[in-house]
Ligand binder design. Structure first.
Ligand code: HEC
Length: 103
């Protein structure tokens, strides 16, 4: 019984170390703009970081295109590098994009 319990702190430490190292690795995958988990993109960011957000944005852009409204990534993102900087109309345009895509 005692031995079983004494193994717990070690297990917890190992799990903690794993968590710390994976989040450090995932840093460049971390969203810096869509940080609100209640937004559509924020949700994707929360579950899979930028990778997931990119997938989602592509999906939305594709849907909008199918419905006849064309948007391009660089129409809203001044930078497609690590900053993903938004242009000044991006937020307003994004609403239009979501409407057009019917998301
Ligand atoms: C109509 C404007 C618009 C278009 C087109 C657009 N985006 Fe975005 N994107 C945004 C906005 C606005 C946000 C921030 C959303 C938020 O804050 O919830 C965002 C967020 C992101 C993020 C998360 C960035 C971060 O660090 O939080 C990624 C990744 C992204 N977009 C990739 C893309 C890709 C790839 C495309 C092309 C397929 C694309 N976007 C097209 C407006 C746009």
């Amino acid at each position: 019984m005692n031995r079983l319990f004494s193994a717990w702190p070690l297990a917890a430490m190992l799990a903690g170390a794993l968590l710390v190292s994976t989040s450090a690795l995932a840093d460049d995958n971390k969203c810096t703009i869509a940080t609100k988990p209640e937004s559509v993109v924020g949700k994707a960011c929360a579950s899979g970081g930028r990778k997931e957000a990119k997938k989602l944005m592509k999906e939305i852009v594709k849907k909008a295109k199918e419905k006849g409204t064309k948007f391009q990534c660089d129409g809203c993102h001044k930078n497609m590098d690590s900053s993903m900087e938004l242009s000044k109309d991006a937020k307003a345009d994004f609403k239009k994009l979501l409407m057009a895509a019917g998301v």
